[in-house]
Design a protein around this ligand. Structure first.
Ligand SMILES: [Zn+2]
Length: 240
């Protein structure tokens, strides 16, 4: 039994982020409906997507029918080509990914870009490690986009998407599962990505504070373990 898939609560499972930050492996959420599941992000690579698929089958979870991207960053989207299901995302996410898809991704391209801009090294080294073979890879653009909010009925549970933007990525979207009391934060409150970050940049705790609600007990971010509401409130108090 693959050990990595965990159940957060009713309706919600998670493939957690990789504990080694150098891997830049974002978590993948699974919202389980009656007959199908919805994925929150696609995983960083086709290999990871196949691993998650096998783990879902082993747990007897219903097959995913669609993916929601929390934002366009590679570690959330590059596994999508192995899922072969439609993607839903914010309109800006579609625009950013179209620009990303036009780049000539390959190991040679990654090397050349790292030579050109050393700030890209951590991200591009992680991409080179994640994608063994670029023949097996393409970026999947969203089939459906939205602008402010979107509600999805997955059978047995509704899922609410809300665009929150922010400095990490302007397309950041949070994903609420009201029946489960879970909110997926993606990377929404993180500072900008490493190659764009300045020393003054900090996590956007005001955004976190604005999202905390008594209706939601679980706060699932993409690069840390899930936190319960009480823990989030403690963290916010400690930071002010
Ligand atoms: Zn990100």
């Amino acid at each position: 039994m693959p050990a990595e898939l965990i159940q957060v609560t009713d309706h919600v499972w998670l493939w957690p982020s990789h504990p080694d930050p150098a891997r830049v492996q974002a978590a993948v959420g699974i919202v389980v409906g009656d007959d199908s599941s919805l994925l929150v992000d696609a995983g960083q690579s086709p290999d990871l997507a196949r691993k998650i698929k096998a783990a879902m089958d082993a747990e007897g979870l219903p097959s995913p029918a669609a993916i929601v991207y929390t934002h366009y960053h590679w570690d959330h989207t590059w596994g999508a080509c192995a899922w072969d299901i439609p993607v839903i995302a914010h309109d800006l996410c579609g625009q950013f990914l179209a620009a990303e898809a036009a780049k000539p991704w390959s190991h040679d391209y990654l090397r050349a870009e790292m030579e050109r801009d050393h700030l890209l090294v951590p991200s591009f080294q992680a991409r080179a490690r994640a994608i063994r073979n670029f023949q097996d890879f393409h970026i999947v653009l969203p089939e459906q986009t939205f602008v402010t909010t979107r509600t999805l009925d997955i059978g047995g549970a509704t899922v609410e998407l809300e665009h929150v933007g922010g400095r990490h990525s302007p397309d950041s979207t949070v994903v609420r599962v009201p029946a489960a009391g879970v909110i997926f934060l993606g990377d929404a409150y993180y500072p900008p990505p490493y190659h764009l970050r300045s020393p003054a940049d900090a996590p956007d705790l005001d955004l976190v504070a604005s999202l905390v609600s008594e209706d939601y007990d679980w706060y699932v971010e993409s690069h840390d373990r899930p936190h319960r509401r009480a823990e989030v409130l403690d963290l916010l108090r400690a930071a002010t």
